[in-house]
Design a protein around this ligand. Structure first.
Ligand SMILES: [Zn+2]
Length: 437
């Protein structure tokens, strides 16, 4: 990352083209930014006339776009990049992940450096805000706040199952611990998964999120085996799993549930709770379950390359298009470097587009900008370039021939996944790929 050349965050940014959202392309365009907030997006001549006092920064051979929003990742696991080769069997992957964890003495250093490396990689790929699910939040939040310009919703990850339920109150209090200074971080809560959080604990976490008006994020219907676990603690995630045997958490007070993770989440109040809810993965859902999701207000974070890594694509395609047909909002996300080759959200879109070029690229574009912004409860502040929105802006290299229409620009960007030339977050120039102008 190079030093900022625009250390004030009030300026006019101009370029040959600007893609404000999936359907709005402005040629010979400029953005007026004051104190990190977009005041206007228009043709350059009009902006210069309207904001004569602002210095102009011009980028050539680029299209300006909103920064990408990655609604589901785990920055603290970046130290595991490439360490667990796929295709991976999930229960075994968890064991390998735990085996690779640092010792207590090294944890602070490794998790803070890991989160910072993940934040830096995100920015390099044009991601300007993340929903970061963090088990190590007492370490990771201060490190990111101190040293990273990335916008972050930090979901404190919680487990509470069987004999560990007694720790939930303390874990909740710690996860709700707000960062002190005014900055780019806000918090949320993440009940981990149906095989690590029991129903009554989920209910309690939802109540806490409602009381504190913070968003929720949960891994749900990621694995077919969740159903067996909920029913009678059988299957590869159940009492025979080496991790469950080792932790010895299961007791007879966990209420069994017959009807799979989506009905379970509904039963324990995760849906229609009046707060943003992100469901990570939802790899498996039948028609009845899709109907529940359609009325739930929750957003699905689909992680295509991580799903592929775990071999789910070989079992059945992800139902994301059926979800969208029912009106369920779906965004793309990366998950962590422990299961994904990189933290590029644009490459998630590219992965889908290359497998099926009939998918409209403008839909994929929304799934990495406006939809994840709304999923995080930030839909009126980030995810598009418009007055009142944060100046989270990318300059993506593109030749003039690409600028025929918004659809043509989206086609090109999703097909080629170019790396940003420059990145601004809240009007601050945070990354430059080459010599700055
Ligand atoms: Zn995850």
């Amino acid at each position: 990352m190079t030093a900022s050349t625009t250390d004030h965050n009030s300026f006019v940014l101009s370029a040959p083209a600007l893609l404000a959202d999936s359907h709005t392309l402005i040629m010979d365009a400029a953005i007026a930014v004051i104190d990190g907030i977009i005041q206007a997006c228009h043709q350059r001549s009009k902006i210069l006339e309207q904001f004569p006092g602002l210095p102009e920064v011009h980028v050539d051979s680029c299209v300006l776009t909103p920064g990408f929003v990655n609604a589901h990742t785990h920055l603290e696991l970046s130290f595991l990049a490439g360490k667990i080769p796929g295709p991976a069997d999930f229960p075994n992957w968890v064991l390998q992940l735990i085996a690779a964890y640092p010792s207590i003495g090294d944890a602070e250093e490794i998790f803070s450096q890991s989160a910072l490396a993940g934040a830096q990689e995100s920015i390099r790929f044009g991601v300007t805000t993340v929903g970061d699910t963090s088990r190590q939040h007492p370490i990771v939040r201060p490190a990111l706040q101190r040293e990273s310009p990335l916008g972050i919703v930090s979901f404190g990850e919680l487990t509470a199952l069987g004999r560990s339920r007694k720790y939930l109150d303390g874990r909740l209090a710690a996860a709700l611990n707000q960062p002190e200074a005014e900055n780019l971080m806000s918090i949320g809560l993440s009940p981990h998964a149906p095989y690590s959080v029991e129903g009554l604990a989920l209910q309690k976490i939802v109540a806490a999120a409602r009381e504190h008006h913070v968003p929720l994020s949960m891994h749900l219907a990621e694995l077919r085996e969740e159903r067996d676990f909920l029913r009678d603690f059988s299957g590869p995630l159940g009492k025979s799993w080496m991790l469950m045997r080792h932790m010895d958490l299961l007791d007879d007070q966990i209420p069994p549930f017959d009807n799979g993770p989506i009905h379970w989440a509904q039963h324990y109040g995760l849906f229609n709770a009046g707060i943003p809810v992100i469901l990570a993965h939802v790899n498996y859902a039948d028609d009845t379950e899709l109907d529940i999701l359609a009325g739930s207000g929750a957003v699905v974070a689909y992680c295509p390359r991580t799903r592929n890594y775990f071999g789910h694509d070989a079992v059945t395609p992800h139902p994301w298009q059926a979800m969208q047909k029912r009106g369920i909002s779906v965004c793309l996300a990366t998950d962590s470097l422990a299961s994904n080759p990189d933290l590029s959200l644009l490459r998630e879109a590219q992965f889908l587009y290359r497998n099926d070029p009939s998918i409209p690229s403008q839909i994929l574009w929304r799934m990495i900008t406006a939809e994840p912004a709304a999923a995080l409860g930030l839909g009126s502040r980030i995810g598009r370039l418009a007055p009142g929105y944060a100046a989270d802006i990318l300059a993506l290299p593109a030749a003039k021939e690409m600028f025929a229409s918004s659809a043509a620009v989206c086609d090109y960007l999703v097909r080629e996944a170019p790396l940003p030339q420059r990145v601004w977050i809240r009007g601050r120039h945070v990354f430059s790929a080459g010599p700055s102008t």
